[in-house]
Design a protein around this ligand. Sequence first.
Ligand SMILES: *Cc1c(COP(=O)(O)O)cnc(C)c1O
Length: 234
Amino acid sequence: MNRREQLADRLATLQARIERACAQARRDAAEITLIVVTKTFPASDVRLLAELGVRDIGENRDQEASAKAAECAGLDLSWHFVGQLQTNKANSVARYASVVHSVDRPRLVAALSRAAAAAGRELRCLVQLSLDEQQSDQPGRGGIPPAAVLALADQIASAPHLQLTGVMAIAPFGADPVPPFARLAEVSQLLRQHHPAAGWISAGMSEDLEAALHAGATHLRVGTAILGDRPAAG
Ligand SMILES: *Cc1c(COP(=O)(O)O)cnc(C)c1O
C-alpha cells in the first residue's frame, strides 16, 4: 500500500467510527467536522489529504504550521491552530490560520486581535478549557478553569477582527473522558446562553472521539488514527 492508499484507508475507517458513534448518540454525522492534525508529518501528507477530500488541517507549532501552510497554498484548506500559543507568534498565526482553538488568556486575545487587523483577516477563536481537577499536575496543556470562560469569551466577542466561535478542550491524559467531556458540554451550553453563535465544541482525538461525540463535540481533532504514530514527544 502506498501512502495515499494508507491515508485513504484510515480516513474511511475513521469515518465509519464517526458514523457509528453518531448513530449511537442519535446525531447526524454530516454535521461533524473532522480536523486532521498533521503535526510532525510533511506537507506531502497534507497534499494527499487534500486530494482525498480533507479541508481542515490542524497544527500545534507556528514554525512548522506556517511553513506547511505556505507549501500548501492554493489547496483551499482551512488551518486550525490547536497548540499552546505565545503572544509573539500571534502575527504569524493570523496570516494563515482561520481558527485558533487554544485561546486561554486576555493578553493572547489582545495580541490576536491586533494581529488579525494587521493581516486584514477575521480569526475564529475558541476558548480552551482546562478539564483537569489538578491543573498544576499537567503544566503546558493550557486552558482556563470553567469559571473563567465567560469573562474571556466576552473579551473575544468584543475584540475587533475576532469571532467568538466556541470552546475547546483536551481530556485529561489517562482518565475516563466521560465526566470531563460532560463538563465541557455544560460550559458550552452556558456560553451559548450569552453568545448564541459560539456553538463549536472542539473535542475528541484518536483515542476518545466516541466519548466526545456522545457529549456533543462538533469538531474532532484527529492525528494518529489517520497519519500514524508520531516520533516521540511530537
Ligand atoms: C496532537 C493533537 C491532537 C491529535 O491527537 P491524536 O491523539 O494524535 O489524535 C488533537 N488536539 C491537539 C491539541 C493536539 O495537540
